[in-house]
Design a protein around this ligand. Structure first.
Ligand SMILES: C[S@@+](CC[C@H](N)C(=O)[O-])C[C@H]1O[C@@H](n2cnc3c(N)ncnc32)[C@H](O)[C@@H]1O
Length: 249
């Protein structure tokens, strides 16, 4: 199969999924999104610096972009830190197709690493352990051990990929997240924020990235510095909805 990649605003490639009818990344820039939506707000560099190790749960391996940028940035900025990443993917693409995207990564060795990961399901190198879990994240999460310091939540949109935005799944993810761990996602939908609150997360405003409005950050407890607050009016509405929901139980 010839892979017809689509170039995004920063020159990096993404793919269009014909069934979901969505792109895998923001058209503003796939690589920019990986760095600014996932790696930076997930505070993985800080965790690696402060603790000498970082564990990441990568939900929706897709084209491996978020995973690869996390490895690249952590190893560049905190050489010697121990890095463990578990990725989950239900619909892994053939390796020949994935190579189109892997080859656009900032280092050739990342393409070799990700190819090895997809072929073997795991990859262990000095200070690095990668695992690729194939299957439906809703089920697979039960067999995954935490605790993770950061969670990259990157399914397709809530409207067409609802199972990974439900409070039951988000609660299962929270159970596997370290105290003070951070989840980052591109969605700022009210329903997603409510589901995170229902699952016991504290939430904050994610950064604006490219043309996309802010996403959402969530933590399992208080974090320093605190998460940027959600606008007051929206926060009040969410708290009301949460109370109604709890009264209805
Ligand atoms: C937006 S893409 C992820 C892009 C990816 N994070 C990257 O950096 O290239 C969403 C991915 O989630 C996967 N996905 C959707 N629903 C899933 C499920 N229930 N379990 C596991 N993976 C799922 C899709 O197959 C798709 O590869």
């Amino acid at each position: 199969m010839v892979e017809s990649a689509i170039l995004t605003g920063d020159g990096s490639p993404t793919r269009y999924h014909p069934d979901y009818q969505q792109h895998y990344h923001s058209l503003s820039g796939a690589h920019m999104e990986a760095r600014l939506r996932y790696v930076v707000p997930g505070r993985v560099i800080e965790t690696a610096r402060n603790h000498g190790q970082v564990r990441i749960l990568d939900i929706g391996f897709g084209l491996g972009t978020n995973l690869a940028w996390a490895i690249h940035e952590i190893q560049k900025q905190v050489p010697g830190a121990q890095l463990e990443i578990v990725s989950i993917e239900r619909e892994i693409l053939p390796v020949e197709s994935l190579l189109t995207y892997f080859k656009a990564l900032p280092e050739t060795r990342l393409a070799v690493m990700l190819k090895g990961l997809v072929e073997a399901g795991q990859r262990v190198e000095r200070n690095l352990s990668l695992q690729l879990v194939l299957g439906d994240a809703e089920k697979e999460i039960e067999a995954i051990d935490g605790p993770f310091d950061a969670v990259f939540l990157d399914p397709f949109s809530p409207a067409c990929n609802p199972e990974l935005w439900r409070s039951s799944f988000l609660a299962a993810v929270r159970k596997r997240t370290a105290h003070g761990g951070i989840l980052t996602t591109y969605s700022c939908a009210r329903s997603v924020r409510l589901a995170l609150l229902q699952a016991g997360w504290q939430i904050g405003e994610g950064p604006r990235v490219g043309m996309k409005s802010s996403g959402t950050l969530a933590s399992t407890g208080s974090v320093t510095p605190p998460l940027p607050p959600i606008a007051e009016k929206l926060n009040r509405k969410l708290q009301q909805l949460l109370e109604c929901d709890q009264e209805g139980e």
